[in-house]
Design a protein around this ligand. Structure first.
Ligand code: IMP
Ligand code: MG
Length: 208
């Protein structure tokens, strides 16, 4: 579909060592350095909150994969990891449609302190559905953590989240695990694609 270019341009690397930049990227919204700093800070906030108690991180695949891998290595308290897969997009769409659990919750969360981890809070449908599911379990506590929280002033009733990496404008972003049509997850920065950049005027809220 769509004229998406599969190849990474190595121009940056060849020209003297910068990271490869994908030719479909319009601009970087959050750099890998900024992500790395903030993920370390988030881990400290989480550690303070749980005060050494063992937690279960319940990661929402696939978008939170990279975030999970980085965050968990900054956490020194004991922890378990579980995954669920929730799909809220039709392939190629940039607005959520419905929410489907494609990998169900199988772990016994009875008595556990559960931290749900997702890449991004957009409409909040995904985390709302997941929290409702967890209400049926006898978890000791359920908290939520997202790397990105999208500005959605049109949704004033959207659920609140306990830990947030970055607030960002209402852009469609890829990279650091986030995809468009299951592509671009491997980009190290969080970026806006050329095909979506026209949606907004300017680059508000960039994190260098
Ligand atoms: P929500 O249910 O509308 O909050 O959407 C959450 C899910 O939609 C996230 O876990 C992502 O998988 C996906 N999503 C929302 N916005 C974006 C985006 O800008 N880029 C990539 N995926 C997104
Ligand atoms: Mg997701």
């Amino acid at each position: 579909m769509s004229g998406i270019d599969d190849t990474l341009s190595l121009a940056g690397a060849q020209a003297g060592g910068g990271p490869a930049v994908h030719s479909d990227v319009a601009y970087t919204l959050v750099s890998q350095e900024a992500i790395s700093r903030r993920v370390a800070e988030l881990a400290r906030e989480i550690a303070v909150c749980y005060q050494g108690r063992e937690i279960t991180i319940l990661a929402v695949l696939t978008g939170s994969l990279v975030f999970l891998a980085d965050l968990m290595r900054y956490l020194s308290m004991p922890l378990q990891v579980g995954v669920v897969s929730v799909s809220s997009y039709r392939s190629g769409a940039t607005r959520p449609l419905d929410v489907r659990f494609t990998i169900p919750l199988t772990d016994d969360l009875t008595g556990r302190d559960v931290l749900i981890l997702d890449d991004i809070l957009d409409s909040g449908q995904t985390l709302t559905a997941l929290c409702a599911l967890l209400d049926e379990q006898a978890a000791a506590s359920v908290r939520t953590c997202v790397l990105l929280r999208k500005d959605r002033p049109d949704l004033p009733q959207r659920m609140s989240v306990d830990f947030v990496g970055f607030d960002m404008p209402d852009e469609f972003v890829v990279g650091y695990g986030l995809d468009y049509d299951n592509r671009y997850r491997n980009l190290p920065d969080i970026c806006v694609l050329k095909c979506h950049a026209a949606r907004s005027a300017g680059r508000p809220g960039e994190h260098a």
